[in-house]
Design a binder for this molecule. Structure first.
Ligand code: DNO
Length: 348
């Protein structure tokens, strides 16, 4: 595996030199952040990201994300223009040496939490989702942690109304339409698409979600069989769904050669409903058996990119939610240890 670390570009308070100092880290995962969703990325922006990373001794082979414009997800007539721009971006990232594109197909909201600063017993804080708090959210007057700045109330209302006619089946066929256009270009450029699962893996506010579990993935790979149509195996996202057997899923899709990127983090189920809190990466800290998941990946031939996913705020750090330095660096060291032990001795 290749251990990477998410870097939010030149505005990230975490410097590339610090990332390089995290043991075993060989690359960054980043994106062009100053272009609106759906528009074309400049080759010069990508070259700059690459040269900054390379100057720090790091590779830049994974983009997270090239976001998908809502018109593509909605299947509007304007989607073809946005798909053309997407294809432009795939060619541009490939020219900069990128081999894996992480993206998602969640309507309106990417991840969703009810608090960004859940207090943990050890004094740290982390993102969390409370089923009870979620039920109190009024969909007509949405105030959501992390999302309030992204849409005006009027924009959000309109967008939600547009999705009223979009069923799961429709959203899925819009995804297949999109992939049928972009995958041939990926094959030509040597890039793999790696869809990120729904986070959390269930419908929210009546919006359909279609990459939540094993049957969704089976349908996706059956509809678009090309090997360039792959997956970001995000343990925290799939793991929030208590019906998902992550060890089985990790092994199955690794064996199929579909997993190009793994986001590794743990979640703790905090009640008998859907609530969860993000924890440190260790198996002992949450509800997921991280060692068993990594073993299933390794034993089934996974050799892709890995990154520690969300960390807590620890040691007084007040980082970007989920993306501080300290706990993710601890996560990296832990993940590297699991892989080393399993790769070297796991089969004995
Ligand atoms: C959250 C991330 C997601 C992810 C996108 C990929 O921390 O895991 O925002 O980057 O879903 O498109």
């Amino acid at each position: 595996m290749k251990l990477t670390f998410r870097w939010y570009g030149e505005d990230d308070s975490i410097k590339l030199d610090y990332i390089k100092q995290i043991p075993a880290t060989s690359g960054v995962v980043t994106a062009v952040y100053d272009v609106p969703v759906g528009e074309k990325w400049k080759a010069s922006s990508l070259e700059r990201l690459k040269s900054l990373a390379n100057a720090a001794g790091l590779q830049f082979e994974v983009v997270e994300s090239i976001p998908v414009h809502e018109d593509i997800k909605l299947g509007k007539p304007t989607r073809d223009k946005y798909i053309e721009n997407y294809i432009h971006n795939i060619r541009a990232v490939a020219a900069a040496g990128v081999k894996c594109v992480c993206y998602n197909f969640m309507p309106v909201f990417d991840w969703l939490r009810t608090t960004l600063k859940h207090q943990n017993p050890d004094g740290s804080n982390s993102l969390a989702y409370s089923h009870e708090d979620f039920l109190k959210v009024n969909p007509d007057e949405l105030h959501l942690p992390g999302w309030d700045e992204s849409y005006s109330p009027a924009e959000l209302k309109q967008l939600l109304a547009e999705y009223a006619g979009v069923s799961h089946e429709k959203l899925f066929s819009n995804l297949v339409y999109f992939l049928n256009k972009v995958i041939p270009v990926c094959e030509e450029c040597g890039v793999n698409m790696a869809i990120h699962p729904d986070d959390p893996p269930w419908d929210v506010f009546g919006l359909p979600r279609i990459i939540s579990n094993e049957s969704d993935l089976d349908a996706l790979f059956a509809a678009v069989p090309s090997k360039a149509n792959g997956l970001t195996f995000c343990t925290g996202s799939f793991g929030a769904g208590r019906g998902n057997d992550l060890v089985h899923m990790a092994g199955k899709y690794a064996a199929q050669g579909r997993i190009y990127f793994a986001h590794l983090r743990n979640v703790l189920y905090t009640d008998d409903t859907d609530s969860f809190a993000e924890t440190g990466h260790l198996s002992a800290d949450g509800s997921l058996d991280m060692a068993a998941i990594v073993r299933a990946l390794v034993k089934n031939g996974f050799d892709g990119y890995v990154r520690p996913d969300h960390g807590r705020n620890i040691w007084g750090e007040d980082g970007k939610p989920g993306y501080g330095l300290f706990d993710r660096a601890l996560g990296s060291a832990y993940i590297n240890g699991l892989f080393e032990a399993i790769e070297k001795y796991g089969n004995r």
